[in-house]
Structures are given as C-alpha cells and as structure tokens.
Design a protein around this ligand. Structure first.
Ligand SMILES: Cc1cc2nc3c(=O)[nH]c(=O)nc-3n(C[C@H](O)[C@H](O)[C@H](O)COP(=O)(O)O)c2cc1C
Length: 417
C-alpha cells in the first residue's frame, strides 16, 4: 500500500461503477448471452415505438438560468401513498435469466435507494422473497386466468405485504420483430443447455454467477403457482393461459380494482394508458393511479412515444388520479422532462435491467444514482429548488410534440384547449 486512494493505485483497473445508463447497456450486451440480451432489448415489429420512446426525449430541450440557482434541491414525493426519495420507481419486468438474484437484487436496490419495487407476475422470484427484502412492493398482474385464480393471486400478493396493485392491460400479443426474436427455450434441461452452449460459453461472468448459486435459470413464474404448488408454471404455460383469457372490459377493470380494494384497502394503478378518453374511463373505474405507457415499445408498434402523451393525459385527469409514465427513460433530465409535463413519477424498465446485468444489486443502485444525479443537475441548471416547481415552461417543446389521442377537442398540435 502506498497510502494513495485506491483509484490511483491502478487507474486502468476495470471499474464496476458506470457513469451512464448507456454504459450499463454496453456492459449488459457484453456480459449476457445473446438471447438473454435480445429478450431485454425487445421492441416489436419495425421498432417505431421503441425508437420514438427514446427519440422523443431528445426533441425536448431545457431552458437554463445562469445564476440564482438553489444550493439545495428536493426530489422526494409520494406515489400511491408511499414515500419515494426520487420520482423514479421500478417498473415490473420478468427478468428470468439476467442474474441469479433477479428481482430480489432489484428490490434490495430499490429499498436501499428509497423507492418502490414493481414486481411482475411473470417474475422469476416470488412475491414473498421480494417483500422479505423490506422493499415497498407493488405487485403487477396481467388479465390472465379465471377470476377466482386472479383473486387468489391478489390475495397472495396482499398477504405477502404488497402495498399496491398494478394492472397491465395493454398487451396485444404482437409476435414479430424485424430483427428476429431471441430463442426462449420451453424449459432449461440438459438437451437445451448443450444446444445453447455456444451462445453462453463466451459469457464466462454470466455463467460464473449462475454457477456459483448452483442454479440455472429455470424460466418459471412462481407468482402464478396454484395454492400448495411449490413451483409455478413455465413461462410458456403462463403465456398460454394469458393468450387464451378473454380480454378485459372496462367493467372488468372496475371489478379488479374493487376486488383489490376489498382485499387490501390499497391503491390500484392501471398501466398502459395511451389515450385521454381511456384515462377518463380509468378515473370512472376508480383507479388511484395510471401509467402512460406503451409497454416500452414491446407491444403495438406505431403507438406514439409515451412522453408525447403525458401532458394531454395529465391535463385531463391529473387532478383526479396520479399520472405516471414509463418508456424511454435513460437519464435524469428525461425524468425532469416527464415531471415538468405533469408526471408524478416515472417508471424504469430496461435501464435497471441493464444495471442488474452489469453489476447485480449494485448495478441497479448505480442506475438509480445516475438518474438521481441527473435530476439534481437539471434542477440546479433550471434554477428550481424542488421538482414541485417544474412546469412545461422549463422545457423547450417543439410545435406538434404532444399527441392528445381521444381528447374531445383534439387540436392539430395535440394540446388540449
Ligand atoms: C424485458 C422486459 C420485460 C417486461 N415485462 C413486463 C411485465 O412482466 N409486466 C409489465 O407490466 N411490463 C413489463 N415490461 C414493460 C415495463 O414494465 C415498462 O413498461 C417498459 O420497460 C418501460 O420502458 P423502458 O424499458 O424504455 O424503461 C417489460 C419490459 C421489458 C423490456
């Protein structure tokens, strides 16, 4: 030891810390087997929506001040009754084969950074294991299975300590991707492992992580297990149940919300809203929150970027329900833009999945820290002392940016009048 700081000992040593979500993505690509990385990237059809989700943020500018800045900036608020230390929460995803600790690592990171964990019903870890981390958890459900089965799943989530329910109803079973879908095996047995070996053999760190735990990703969904069953269905069995469940009506949305209220007395979020008229119906169905979302562009390709829909929807229903958005968040200034246009918070998907792939729990914490620091920089530069002060006036919004779909007075420029 020379007594110098560690980074001076060997400045070329690979640093596990990353400075941006883009770097986390590069590391995830390097570390994960191609089919796993491809499944995270996702996107559907020609990728119009996934591209617009990110591209639209780059159309928005910020209007800075040169002096009169604030030494202290606040970014905490509440969402669905829970304190969040920054306006960013974890969006539910199934992260089956990214990391052996999967959603448990993500939940620990969320708890360590003071935010909410959204847990998918297609997740690789059980809701009990996730709430045991101490993370404030919202459980997410698709409209899948018979009603009594949905009730069992809601009850189980409540009993495990979930403090909110997210119903994701925008899925349209779009299958084709112009760049090809990654292979997802039905189950991971010896035959599959041998066949896929060339794709994973070049990824020693990923193999080592799973090897250490003595587990291989088993691609099951434990939160969909029937009562008394130790293991959940395979991903494909779960997907089949979902595909063959008749799609929900607005009465079903109200039913789901009422059942959750009766079981838990806790708030309910509808995720996947893209239109002003649907947002109004969601209010009528009694939801406490909605997420303006196109499922990260994995769904119906050609729907606009979620950020284009935020202001029209927040203007219409933001006084009645909490409006959050998700899709395309890659940096703190994206969060500030969404909040300035009326979002109470944003939810992130790929950003934390890449962090998880890059460095496990610490990688997810790193992503949340990158976003926090980016939000703070933007607040400083904009001359505001809190996210509560943000308005559209802090942004440079090009004409025609917003999309007010289904608005009664849908104007050419998409701004509600
Ligand atoms: C790999 C992957 C799996 C996902 N799984 C789910 C899911 O199980 N439930 C859900 O509501 N949304 C799911 N989503 C959508 C995310 O919750 C979120 O809406 C989307 O990722 C936000 O876009 P972003 O990735 O650009 O942040 C998934 C997204 C990805 C990329």
């Amino acid at each position: 030891m020379t007594g110098r700081p560690e980074w001076l000992e060997n400045p070329w040593k690979q640093n596990a810390w990353f400075e941006s979500v883009a770097v986390a993505q590069q590391r995830a690509r390097k570390r994960l087997p191609a089919p796993v990385y491809g499944a995270l990237l996702a996107g559907s059809e020609r990728g119009q929506t996934i591209d617009d989700n990110q591209g639209a943020f780059a159309e928005l500018g910020l209007s800075p001040h040169v002096a009169g800045h604030h030494a202290e900036r606040a970014m905490g608020r509440t969402l669905m009754g829970q304190d969040i230390s920054l306006p960013v929460v974890i969006s539910p995803t199934g992260v089956q084969a990214v990391h052996p600790d999967g959603e448990v690592a993500v939940a620990r990171a969320a708890a360590a950074r003071g935010t909410v964990m959204g847990l998918s019903n297609f997740a690789s870890k059980s809701v009990e294991d996730v709430t045991a981390t101490g993370a404030t958890t919202f459980f997410q459900m698709y409209w899948t299975g018979e009603r009594d089965v949905m009730l069992q799943r809601m009850q189980r989530a409540h009993d495990a300590g979930a403090l909110g329910l997210i119903a994701t109803l925008d899925w349209s079973f779009s299958m084709g991707r112009d760049w090809g879908s990654p292979e997802i095996p039905e189950k991971v047995d010896l035959k599959t492992m041998v066949r896929m070996a060339p794709k994973v053999a070049t990824k020693p760190r990923w193999l080592y992580q799973f090897g250490k735990t003595g587990q291989i990703p088993d691609l099951t969904a434990p939160n969909l297990a029937a009562p008394g069953e130790a293991k959940g269905p395979t991903f494909f069995a779960a997907y089949y149940e979902w595909m063959t469940t008749p799609p929900p009506s607005w009465d079903d949305v109200a039913w789901m919300r009422d059942q959750w209220h009766q079981i838990s007395g806790r708030p309910f979020m509808l995720k996947g809203v893209g239109r002003v008229d649907d947002a109004r119906r969601a209010v009528d169905a009694g939801v406490e929150a909605l997420s303006v979302s196109n499922h990260g562009g994995n769904n119906l390709d050609g729907t606009p970027a979620a950020i284009r829909l935020v202001k029209p929807i927040a203007d219409a229903v933001g006084g009645q329900v909490e409006v959050v958005m998700d899709g395309g968040i890659r940096r703190g200034s994206d969060v500030v833009k969404a909040v300035a246009l009326g979002a109470r918070a944003v939810m992130i998907g790929r950003a934390y999945l890449w962090g998880l792939a890059a460095n496990g729990q610490a990688g997810v914490e790193n992503v949340l820290d990158v976003l926090r620091s980016g939000i703070d920089s933007a607040l400083l530069g904009l001359g505001v002392s809190s996210i509560e002060e943000l308005t559209p006036e802090h942004l440079l919004v090009p004409e025609g940016f917003h999309r007010a779909i289904g608005a009664p007075t849908s104007a050419q420029d998409g701004v509600l009048r």
